[in-house]
Design a protein around this ligand. Structure first.
Ligand SMILES: NC(=O)c1ccc[n+]([C@@H]2O[C@H](COP(=O)([O-])OP(=O)(O)OC[C@H]3O[C@@H](n4cnc5c(N)ncnc54)[C@H](OP(=O)(O)O)[C@@H]3O)[C@@H](O)[C@H]2O)c1
Length: 220
């Protein structure tokens, strides 16, 4: 399976790329600008030798990957999908990481979307033959990027089909310390996106940047 990240140069994308590569998953770090992707890959390689990371344009991620993580700011995500719409391969899986939150005057505000969530907003804009899952919305970049910190948490996965969720869980399940919890269809994405606000509130209250979630009472 070929794996890549659109917006792989950002905080969340870099963290995911590092975690996947450290687990032995060859990962394309995508950017609008190949030179920026190369800089990021070189920087990550300097910190963690011999990671299987490769710089790529966002176009080549979409062209070549079976699983494409979308890690751009939500405000830009629909434009990214629209500009590449014709290039998505039928049967490919897109995994949405976006959270429709902004910080006017420093306070987190969730954007109200007619579809109910960022994931459903993107589902409405992706070609029907592309599968969509949503996950990693509640894991902060501050934790993902610190490769020496065990994740030691759960993350929720929703998706438009059992196949979308299973493939996402298969890929991310390679990352040590991360337990993936299947929470069903995309209609749960709005809940997950609001849980990000909860994590932000916990971080603020306890002056940390590392709050994340763990489900008890279920064997996954
Ligand atoms: N940061 C977190 O802790 C966290 C946690 C959970 C979920 N998320 C979600 O993950 C996503 C990425 O977060 P982030 O903090 O990594 O964001 P970010 O650093 O602000 O942006 C990520 C990447 O998006 C690309 N980008 C920026 N503007 C763009 C545009 N107009 N068109 C296309 N690409 C553009 C940039 O890559 P290039 O310039 O290289 O193309 C940038 O490096 C967001 O939707 C966020 O809500 C973040």
């Amino acid at each position: 399976m070929h794996i890549g990240i659109i917006g792989g140069t950002g905080a969340e994308g870099r963290g995911l790329a590092t975690r996947l590569a450290a687990a032995g998953v060859h990962t394309l770090v995508g950017s609008r600008d190949l030179d920026r992707a190369r800089e990021v890959v070189t920087g990550l390689a300097n910190q963690n030798r011999s990671l299987p990371l490769e710089a790529a344009t966002n176009e080549s991620v979409i062209d070549t990957c079976d699983v494409t993580f979308l890690a751009v700011p939500f405000a830009r995500a629909a434009d990214v999908v629209a500009s590449h719409r014709a290039a998505f391969r039928p049967g490919a899986l897109v995994v949405d990481l976006t959270v429709p939150v902004s910080f006017p005057e420093g306070r987190p505000v969730m954007e109200s979307l007619p579809e109910g969530s960022a994931a459903e907003h993107l589902r409405a804009r992706l070609p029907a033959e592309v599968k969509l899952a949503a996950t990693l919305k509640t894991i902060p970049a501050a934790v993902l990027t610190r490769i020496d910190t065990p994740l030691d948490c759960d993350e929720f996965v929703c998706g438009d089909s059992p196949e979308a969720r299973t493939t996402t869980i298969e890929v991310l399940g390679r990352i040590p310390g991360l337990r993936l919890v299947d929470v069903g269809g995309l209609e749960t994405a709005g809940i997950l996106e609001r849980m990000t606000l909860l994590a932000i509130a916990i971080n603020k209250r306890y002056r940390v940047r590392t709050a994340r979630f763990r489900v008890v009472g279920v064997n996954v």
